[in-house]
Design a protein around this ligand. Structure first.
Ligand code: SF4
Ligand code: SF4
Length: 187
């Protein structure tokens, strides 16, 4: 397995994700500098993804590395289930090109293992899918889809690291992802 093969894989993943973002675009308001999605989570990833993330870290300036190392110490001392990503610097991802797959899919509507819609947590902050989120019932509402003039309920995709890692392309490229765990457990 080579990093080149993983980069080929990521290219296809990014192309597929772009189509998904396009399908859901009328419900999305992601923009540069909006980083709530990097400030709360456990950011699960595989060993391969972490290795690639650290290749991005290696390319950073000493100043950024020092800031990230300090963030890492804070992360390791805090709540391991939900934390601010230590690679987030001034509300920007310092390792954007090397970010793991979970981050590439931030913000889209997905399906949980039981087949229910799973909305990004920023929905509750008034961001993605907020216009069709029924606050009282705490779920996405078909009624609000119609009321807000949307034509269709957003198309939902099953996206998880497991789904990506089982893509036939991963096998074809001989990728070995290794064990998956929370970002903090790799740091
Ligand atoms: S790696 Fe980058 S995109 Fe992913 S959570 Fe951290 S800062 Fe955000
Ligand atoms: S997913 Fe939500 S928090 Fe993240 S950039 Fe998009 S709108 Fe902002």
């Amino acid at each position: 397995m080579s990093i080149e093969n993983y980069e080929k894989f990521l290219q296809v993943v990014d192309e597929d994700l772009k189509k998904i973002f396009d399908y859901q675009k009328e419900y999305l308001c992601c923009s540069e500098g909006c980083a709530h999605c990097c400030k709360r989570g456990d950011f699960p990833m595989s060993e391969l993804e972490f290795k690639y993330l650290m290749l991005g870290f290696d390319k950073l300036s000493d100043e950024l590395k020092t800031k990230i190392k300090a963030n890492i110490e804070i992360t390791k001392a805090g709540n391991k289930d939900s934390y601010v990503c230590p690679f987030l610097i001034e509300d920007k991802c310092s390792v954007y090109s090397n970010r793991p797959i979970v981050c590439r899919a931030f913000g889209v509507l997905t399906e949980d293992s039981k087949g229910n819609p799973s909305y990004p947590f920023c929905t509750t902050l008034g961001l993605n899918f907020a216009k069709i989120f029924d606050k009282e019932k705490q779920h996405l509402s078909s009624e609000l889809v119609a009321k807000n003039g949307y034509k269709i309920f957003p198309k939902i995709f099953r996206l998880s690291n497991k789904v990506f890692m089982s893509l036939p392309l991963a096998k074809k490229l001989n990728l070995n992802f290794g064990d998956a765990k929370k970002m903090v457990d790799f740091l």
